[in-house]
Design a protein. Structure first.
Length: 309
C-alpha cells in the first residue's frame, strides 16, 4: 500500500511577517515625518549654522567676502561693559519672571478653582493683555501710566507730588519695563496653571479631605505633585523667554537710559543694525542660544528625575 503524502513548503514564521510589516510601517512613518523634519531644519538648523559661522567673521551684512577672525568677536563682546550690563539685566529679568508672575498666576488659579461659574469670565479678562499686541500694551503704559504729562504720574505731579517717570530712572527703568511685561504675561500662566489644577483627580482630593487635610496640605501633597510637570515646563519656557526678551524693552526704552535696560537681544540688534557689526551680533546670539540650551538641559534632567520618582 502506497501512502502519498503531500509535502507543503514551510510556512513563513509569523514573527518574520510581523517584522516585515512593522519595518514597512516605520518607513511610511518616516516618509510622513520628512516634510516636517525638512521644514524644521530649514527654519532652525540652517539659520543656526549660519549664525554660528557668522560669529567667527567680520561680516558687515553687505560684504560678500567676510574675513575669518576666529574668536575675536567673542573676546570683544566679553570685554564690552554693555554686554556685561545686558547679561546682568537678563538675569534680573529672569529672577523677576520666575517669581512674581508664577506666584501671582498660581495664586489666582487656586482662587478661581473654587469659582466654576465665573472663572471662564475671569480667564478672558486676565488673558486680554497677553493676546493684545505688545506695541499696544507699551503705548498704553507709556501714555496712560508713566507719562509725566498725561499719565498717572502726570496727574500725581499736578496734585503736588514730585515724581519722575520710572522709565527715566537709571536704577528703576528695568523694573518699570518688567512690570509692564509681567502684567502682560501673568494671565497666560494663570490659564496654564488653572488647566493643570483641573486635571487633578477628584478621588485624590476627596481622600485627602477625608483624612483631615487642610487647604494648604491638599495643595502641598495633592495639587502640587500633579502640576509639577507643568510648572517645570513653564520654568524652562520662562528662562528661555527671559533671555530672548526684546519687544517691551525696545518699544519703551530702546535699552536706555544710558544702557541701563540693555538686554542681550537689544544689544545684538544695535550691533547689527546700528553699527553693522553682524559678526559680533551673531556672537551675542550664540550666547543667548547657550542660555536656552542650558535651560533645556535643566528641564530634561528635572523630567528624568520626576520619572524616576
Amino acid at each position: 500500500m502506497t501512502v502519498l503524502s503531500s509535502v507543503q513548503p514551510d510556512a513563513e514564521p509569523a514573527s518574520t511577517v510581523r517584522g516585515g510589516r512593522r519595518g514597512r510601517g516605520h518607513g511610511v512613518h518616516y516618509l510622513l515625518l520628512a516634510p516636517a523634519i525638512l521644514l524644521s531644519m530649514a527654519i532652525v538648523l540652517v539659520p543656526g549654522v549660519f549664525t554660528l559661522v557668522t560669529s567667527f567673521t567680520d561680516w558687515n551684512g553687505v560684504a560678500t567676502d567676510p574675513e575669518f577672525v576666529g574668536v575675536e568677536n567673542y573676546a570683544a563682546i566679553l570685554a564690552d561693559p554693555i554686554f556685561r550690563t545686558a547679561v546682568g539685566n537678563n538675569i534680573i529679568w529672569t529672577l523677576l519672571f520666575l517669581t512674581i508672575p508664577v506666584v501671582l498666576g498660581l495664586s489666582v488659579a487656586l482662587l478661581l478653582l473654587r469659582r466654576p461659574r465665573s472663572r471662564g469670565l475671569y480667564q478672558v479678562i486676565f488673558l486680554l493683555p497677553y493676546v493684545m499686541a505688545a506695541v499696544t500694551n507699551a503705548m498704553v503704559w507709556l501714555n496712560m501710566i508713566y507719562s509725566p504729562i498725561s499719565g498717572v504720574i502726570g496727574f500725581l505731579n499736578k496734585q503736588g507730588w514730585d515724581i519722575d517717570s520710572p522709565i527715566a530712572s537709571l536704577d528703576g527703568a528695568i523694573y518699570a519695563v518688567a512690570a509692564v511685561d509681567i502684567w502682560h504675561y501673568w494671565g497666560f500662566l494663570l490659564v496654564v496653571y488653572l488647566a493643570a489644577l483641573r486635571q487633578t483627580p477628584v478621588e485624590q482630593i476627596e481622600a485627602a479631605q477625608l483624612e483631615g487635610a487642610n487647604s494648604w496640605q491638599v495643595f502641598r501633597y495633592v495639587y502640587l505633585p500633579n502640576i509639577r510637570p507643568t510648572m517645570q515646563l513653564m520654568f524652562v519656557m520662562i528662562m528661555i523667554f527671559s533671555f530672548l526678551t526684546f519687544d517691551y524693552i525696545f518699544l519703551m526704552t530702546q535699552g536706555g537710559p544710558a544702557n541701563s535696560t540693555e538686554m542681550l537681544s537689544t544689544f545684538a540688534y544695535s550691533l547689527a543694525f546700528a553699527t553693522f557689526q553682524f559678526g559680533k551680533a551673531a556672537a551675542v546670539g550664540i550666547v543667548m542660544g547657550a542660555f536656552g540650551l542650558i535651560a533645556s538641559v535643566i528641564y530634561t534632567r528635572m523630567s528624568r528625575r520626576g520619572m524616576d520618582v
